[in-house]
Design a binder for this molecule. Structure first.
Ligand code: UD1
Ligand code: UDP
Length: 391
């Protein structure tokens, strides 16, 4: 370690600043209310971008839509197609250098992407405190890179910001060392802050010539789905079946990973020719939340989209075998359908008949406020789902 690095191990050399680490699309969205709250309250802070996501429509578009300042530190973009170890190692080393320069007293990471593992680990090794936003989620599916990341980050963080009572229970069950705070999920804050702006500014419904409550919105990008030919093939067959049986328009903003895989596995032409299915580039946040709001049903393997559809009272069919967002299943917004085409079609049919009146289990829109209260030592009142449901 260099001279500067040796110095930072001494806590008195750290500044008062908080470093917010982002790098992926969901991380930028979920950190945005915290970045804003820190700035409104003039708490010294800065953003560090790891470069994991870098295409305009996966990255910069979100800084524009969410009106976020440019990150103070930005690592070079990750190499496309890099392996998990390589990607995490490059970000770890890049973040470490930046933290040695900036000397924050605390690093905040959000979620389960490699960006967050690299950020939390870099801070931990430099004796900088770590706060994990959206901690305690568990799919118990040990195939998932996200599950490894979550578990490791939770065990090396001082502050564990649990979005739901279930997440808190998971953390208690895992006997984590840090302190657990039930805050709600910042995705609710982001949605509340932007849904009216989206209604005013977004023209996506008109642009795609959609009718309200008359289309299926699809997102697929999860590694265990798109990196396996047989599974991806089943998903393409499922969309074909839905197209034939329901004759309802389907909109599919395609994640770059999924586009690559569809092409590599020679499925691109087949999916392009499914009647009623429109493949589009990933869209910005304002367009996407409006697409969710007016959809008749969502078909997804995304974590954030399971939450947002639940909050906006739109039924969701999750094309995975499990979810770390069990709250959505409990309140009745989400069906875990797997990737079998007939099961997906059945789940969509059930979803189309659903009463859309379930409660929101993810928070009251004040998660960022609570997190910044905790970090500033201000009095903190936990979010309570029970009182929320009763009121
Ligand atoms: C990552 C996260 C996943 C999260 C998802 C959000 C991990 C292990 N996975 O998956 O948990 O749900 O982000 O979207 O961290 N690519 C581009 N442009 C980009 C980003 C990616 O072209 O801006 C392509 C590249 O070929 C890249 C591939 O997509 O190699 C995969 O990207 P990567 O960030 O490694 O994983 P995601 O699938 O995006
Ligand atoms: N999203 C978006 N445009 C899209 C698809 C998704 O803005 O074309 C947003 C969505 O609103 C959600 C987030 O991206 O907040 C989810 O990210 P993603 O599905 O990539 O990752 P995950 O949540 O599964 O980690």
């Amino acid at each position: 370690m260099n001279k500067e690095g040796l110095k930072i191990i001494n806590k008195e050399h750290l500044t008062e600043s908080t470093c917010v680490i982002v790098g992926t699309r969901p991380g930028i969205i979920k950190m945005s209310p915290i970045i804003k709250e820190l700035s409104w309250r003039q708490v010294p802070s800065f953003t560090l971008h790891t470069g994991q996501h870098y295409s305009y429509e996966m990255d910069k578009k979100f800084f524009e839509d969410l009106e976020l300042p440019k990150p103070l530190y930005h690592l070079p973009q990750c190499k496309p197609g890099s392996l998990h170890g390589e990607q995490t190692a490059n970000m770890l080393s890049g973040i470490e250098s930046m933290l040695i320069k900036a000397k924050p007293r605390l690093v905040l990471v959000c979620g389960d992407a490699n960006t967050n593992l690299a950020g939390a680990l870099a801070a931990r090794k430099l004796q900088i405190e770590v706060g994990h936003v959206e901690s305690g989620l568990r799919s118990n599916d040990w195939r998932m890179p996200e599950e490894h990341n979550r578990v490791i980050i939770d065990h090396i963080s001082e502050y564990l910001f649990a979005p739901t009572p279930r997440a808190r229970q998971n953390l208690i069950g895992d006997n984590v060392k840090g302190k657990i705070y039930l805050t709600g999920n910042t995705i609710v804050d982001a949605l509340i802050q932007h849904i009216e702006i989206a209604e005013r500014k977004s023209e996506i419904i008109k642009k795609l010539a959609l009718r309200e409550s008359d289309y299926v919105l699809i997102t697929i990008h999860r590694e265990e789905n798109v990196d396996h030919l047989n599974t991806l093939n089943d998903i393409v067959e499922a969309l074909k079946l839905v197209g034939h049986e329901l004759g309802i328009p389907m909109i599919f903003p395609v994640h770059p990973r999924t586009k690559n895989r569809l092409k590599i596995f020679n499925l691109w032409d087949r999916i392009m020719n499914i009647p009623g299915l429109r493949l589009i580039e990933p869209v910005g946040y304002l367009d996407f939340i409006l697409l969710i709001k007016y959809a008749s049903v969502i078909v997804t393997d995304s974590g954030g989209v399971q939450e947002e559809s639940c909050i906006l009272n739109v039924p969701c069919v999750t094309i995975r075998d499990n979810t770390e967002r069990q709250e959505t299943v409990q309140v009745g917004s989400n069906i875990i359908a797997g990737t079998n085409p007939e099961k997906i079609l059945d789940a969509i049919n059930i979803s189309l008949e659903k009463q859309r009146n379930w409660p929101n289990p993810f928070g009251d829109g004040r998660a960022a406020e609570r997190i910044v209260d905790i970090l500033s030592g201000a009095p903190f009142v936990e979010w309570s789902f029970i009182s929320e449901v009763r009121s």
